[in-house]
Design a protein around this ligand. Structure first.
Ligand code: AHR
Length: 663
């Protein structure tokens, strides 16, 4: 104890010398007035299949175009010998398959080679499950041989895997499976399937997964990426997007009913982001729907989030379709509304209902407890509320328990936004989705954005946001610091802000078309960006109630005289701790006295151990990369707090969370 006092003495002395220069006014946390409840859904994740986030990303399938359904049936595949594409396969909605026949010459071979998504990442000592639906159409037994090659090695060296042979013996379609183990790590493996006998073999739905997926599901998620989501402790999980909900046209909108049931029979959908790669030639961006609504609900449950599906309102992407004939007429929305009603049945319905039964058949008899549903993504103009109204009427009647999320359009202000907010209130939306991809200045100012919002009416869902800074690296530290400053305003206004999700979530380093993004990855590695850590600190230290925190009797919003500080505080009733978040956007190191206003100031009987989690970096332009994924990560330290005041040393351009036990 003596030693501790000595340390405190030195800490105090050190802080006094800093104080001489840069001590700010005190921050006062009024412990007598716990404020609004912070919703469980406050900080969450926004998932969209953009930047190869699903196929080639979170969805652990490693074979591209596994069902030969891309419009160019052999895209992603190379062939040699005698390979034909047929279209009368066993899966009605994916009718194509490949027929491998004898090439007719002793030295020739018939082989299919799949390139994966930018290659396949294979790890040493990990196991992989290869499977294929196959048959011998002539009824004569035959063989397949499966091998892996490493395309980074000169001459495409064969990898140190077992070469597996599969005996194909049935005239009927059957699933054949083999498991491999690698003794090496490879960033760019390809898989080859040889016809290893004379007789013809038909192959369909060729699949390769690591056996070690997140929570071990066979049709599962890449473990490192899903774990990164779980580590965010997200309160809400929005899916499947984004513009992808709307599609480039109505035909390519996300149709959840196509994304459930056996994976082999989920039809392919063109990805809405297919044609948006300005810098690359990628006409190969499709959605296999292997990661479908069942998998989204399950993942949401497993990472402890409330699921928030968003469905089409009958408007195709308005950026790409300004002609009204591209959209569903208001009086023809029945099937769209039915999709919404059926989705609620799929998520929550009894197992005796049609859609509840399908959920049970897929492995989840218990309901998913869906509470929120969004209709429409980034829509605008009168055409949106006109359509939304039809949904609201039907959904309120059948499911008054479901909270409905409407949209305020693509911008956080301006004509579209000003028109839609009152319209959402007129229709009685429970939450309104706001989007802002904006520069540094916007984010600094937006820390006070919600301070003067009306307290009545729909709640706010800050559904897509990220700080974009032209001419800078993507996901650099300073942009994340601005997001941290902005988020103090979310927390302070938790009475009306009920959800917030950074966007987009994922990007493959070789397959992105939008940046910045929260998590980058290649086929082997994950990069948690600076923005990721900011999100994580807010989410992990979310608390249960906002607490009043002031500097000079004002909220701490970087205002004049506040030394570039943005701060907020909350109480966590579950752990009996205060979380004080302080963002310093100035270039000065500061000493900030944080005083707890208590009933009886002398009640502080013992020193408190204050845990500090700090995110800081000397270089505002620095970022985490695949080469240096852990360059900037939060650090932890402890302070001793004597009495009710903490002398918080706050470095220049830093974000700190102080965890203070309630006494
Ligand atoms: O997050 C990327 C895109 O930004 C979303 O799909 C869309 O809603 C917004 O325009």
């Amino acid at each position: 104890m003596k030693y501790r006092h000595l340390l405190s003495f030195f800490a105090l002395a050190a802080s006094l010398s800093v104080q001489a220069q840069n001590t700010t006014q005190e921050l006062v946390l009024n412990t007598l007035k716990p404020g609004a409840e912070i919703q469980k859904t406050m900080y969450g994740i926004f998932f969209e299949d953009i930047n190869f986030a699903a196929d080639g990303g979170l969805y652990a399938e490693m074979i591209k175009n596994r069902s030969f359904e891309f419009p160019q049936a052999l895209q992603g595949w190379k062939t040699a010998g005698n390979v034909k594409i047929m279209d009368d396969g066993p899966f009605e909605r994916n009718p194509h398959y490949a027929r491998l026949s004898d090439p007719g010459h002793a030295h020739k071979r018939t082989v299919l080679e799949n390139e994966g998504f930018f290659g396949m990442g294979i790890e040493k000592d990990h196991e992989y499950r290869f499977s294929v639906w196959a048959r011998v159409p002539d009824g004569k037994p035959s063989k397949l041989r499966v091998e892996f090659v490493d395309v980074l090695r000169e001459e495409h060296g064969r990898m140190n895997f077992d070469r597996v042979k599969l005996d194909i013996d049935s005239k009927e379609w059957k699933k054949y499976t083999a498991t491999f183990k690698s003794s090496e790590t490879h960033a760019k493996a390809y898989v080859r399937i040889f016809l290893d006998d004379k007789e013809t073999v038909d192959v369909e739905h060729v699949s390769l997964f690591p056996t070690d997926t997140f929570n071990g599901h066979e049709n599962g998620m890449r473990k490192d990426l899903a774990q990164a989501l779980a580590d965010l402790k997200p309160g809400v999980f929005r899916f499947p997007g984004g513009c992808i909900v709307e599609g480039s046209d109505l035909d390519t909108r996300y149709q959840w009913k196509n994304s459930v049931g056996p994976v082999e029979n989920r039809p392919l959908n063109q990805n809405r982001w297919q044609y948006t790669f300005t810098h690359r030639f990628y006409p190969d961006y499709y959605q296999s729907y292997g990661l479908g609504f069942y998998e989204y609900f399950l993942l949401s449950e497993e990472i402890g989030s409330e699921p928030l599906p968003i469905l089409s309102v009958g408007l195709a992407c308005q950026y790409q379709n300004d002609d009204m004939s591209a959209h569903v007429p208001v009086d023809q929305l029945d099937s769209y509304v039915q999709d919404a009603l059926d989705l609620i049945e799929f998520a929550n319905g009894d197992v005796t209902t049609t859609w509840g039964k399908l959920r049970a058949d897929m492995g989840h008899p218990a309901p998913f407890n869906l509470k929120y549903l969004g209709i429409g993504n980034e829509q605008w103009g009168p055409e949106y509320p006109e359509r939304l109204e039809v949904f609201v009427k039907a959904l309120r009647k059948a499911h008054p328990e479901i909270k409905l999320v409407g949209s305020s359009g693509p911008d956080p202000d301006g004509e579209k936004f000003d028109y839609l907010w009152p319209e959402m209130n007129r229709l009685g939306a429970d939450l309104v989705d706001e989007h802002f991809y904006r520069p540094v200045d916007f984010f600094k100012k937006a820390a006070t954005r919600y301070d003067n919002y009306p307290r009545k009416g729909a709640k706010v869902f800050a559904g897509e946001y990220a700080c974009h800074e032209d001419g800078k690296a993507w996901n650099h530290y300073y942009a994340a610091l601005m997001e941290a400053a902005f988020m103090t305003g979310l927390e302070r206004n938790a009475d009306i802000v009920h959800m917030a999700t950074y966007a987009p979530l994922f990007a493959h380093v070789e397959g992105w078309q939008w940046r910045p993004d929260m998590i980058w990855f290649d086929n082997l590695k994950t990069v948690r960006t600076c923005s990721y850590y900011v999100q994580q600190l807010y989410s992990v230290y979310k608390g249960t109630n906002v607490m009043p925190l002031t500097m000079g009797n004002q909220p701490v919003t970087g205002a004049e005289g506040q030394e570039g500080l943005f701060a907020t505080a909350c109480l966590d009733k579950a752990t009996n701790q205060y979380y004080v978040k302080i963002v310093n956007v100035s270039k000065k190191d500061l000493t900030v006295p944080v005083t707890l206003k208590v009933k009886k100031p002398k009640a502080a009987v013992a020193d408190r151990d204050v845990h500090c989690i700090r995110f800081s970096c000397g270089d505002p332009d620095a970022e985490n990369t695949v080469e240096h994924p852990n360059r900037i990560t939060p650090t932890e330290s402890h302070f001793s707090m004597t009495g009710n005041t903490l002398q918080a040393h706050i470095p220049a351009e830093s974000f700190s969370v102080f965890v203070i036990p309630v006494q």
